[in-house]
Design a protein around this ligand. Structure first.
Ligand SMILES: C[S@@+](CC[C@H](N)C(=O)[O-])C[C@H]1O[C@@H](n2cnc3c(N)ncnc32)[C@H](O)[C@@H]1O
Length: 286
């Protein structure tokens, strides 16, 4: 890969696409190194690449070719309206989780004039920070929890990026509901969680995921249902009457999660699908 004096972004982009075997990844890498968004980068294709930017592209290409996910190489990824810091301390936020956030957002928006939302296992903060960002500044409180202190460091960094609405966010560490202060009992309007739900025995999980993303974010015992069961069983004392529980679930877990919700006396149980038509979201009310 060359980025001699006078090399333009157009030339470096073409070289990078060949090396990565992926034109879109190459564009992300070059835009990131240039510090430009897509529109600005398109306008700068004829500009020369500085030596520092060329080195940055080369470093990212090497990490990508070594197998690291693009999102960790870039150190950031888009989720709904947010541009989140992501690294190997947290799960890479997935497109289907944007739907989970939308369901929680709709439930929280229906609550007036004040609303309390809890995002359990927040990771990068993707769901909870999106809610804090998109819900009204006035009357909203969003709690972010995680068992992982490393993940909460990333969530706090992302919290700094949401501006004024960040004042509505509380960050606490601990095991699911045990992280929350006692005074929240019976007051929460919406609990949302994307817990680990992949079975330890699942051989279909992509190597790049298992090798790079945090184990605690991915895997759960009991065919992947262990964390979902704990959350469902623990949610009722925290939710107010007619409070809403929103869970991301694995495809193929819909029937089992429905049974768990019904066994725990939840009402209005629904299993909704993702973009691919697979079970992805469980919603229920107290
Ligand atoms: C699938 S990731 C979801 C991250 C983020 N909410 C998202 O949707 O991108 C699951 C998260 O749950 C956290 N977690 C795992 N076990 C936990 C526990 N016992 N209590 C709280 N959080 C836990 C992990 O650290 C991880 O951040």
């Amino acid at each position: 890969m060359t980025s001699d004096a006078g090399t333009t972004w157009r030339e470096l982009l073409a070289d990078t696409a060949v090396l990565l075997g992926n034109a879109q990844d190459a564009r992300f890498v070059c835009e990131h190194a240039a510090g430009l968004d897509a529109g600005e980068f398109a306008a700068a294709l004829g500009e020369p690449v500085t030596q520092r930017m060329g080195v940055h592209v080369r470093d990212m290409v090497q990490r990508r070719l070594a197998g690291e996910p693009l999102q960790y190489v870039l150190g950031r990824w888009a989720f709904r309206h947010l541009d989140l810091l992501v690294d190997r301390r947290v799960l890479i936020p997935r497109p289907e989780t944007e739907l989970v956030a939308q369901v929680a957002l709709d439930a929280a928006r229906a609550v007036q004039p004040t609303r309390v939302v809890v995002d359990l296992g927040t990771g990068s903060g993707a769901i909870g920070l999106s809610l804090a960002h998109e819900l009204p500044l006035t009357g909203t409180t969003v709690w972010l929890t995680d068992v992982s202190g490393d993940a909460l460091d990333v969530a706090r960094a992302n919290l700094a990026g949401i501006g004024r609405n960040g004042a509505n966010v509380r960050v606490v560490q601990g095991d699911w509901f045990a992280a929350l202060p006692d005074e929240l009992r019976g007051t929460v309007d919406v609990v949302v969680a994307n817990p680990p739900y992949i079975a330890e025995t699942d051989t279909s999980i992509e190597h790049v995921v298992a090798a790079h993303e945090p184990h605690v974010a991915l895997f759960a015992d009991d065919d992947g249902l262990a964390a979902l069961r704990v959350i469902v069983a623990g949610a009722r004392p925290w939710l107010r009457a007619r409070g809403v529980l929103v869970l991301e679930i694995g495809h193929g877990q819909g029937a089992a999660v429905r049974d768990v919700l019904i066994a725990n006396e939840f009402q209005n149980v629904e299993i909704r699908s993702d973009f691919a038509g697979r079970d992805r979201i469980a919603v229920a009310t107290t």
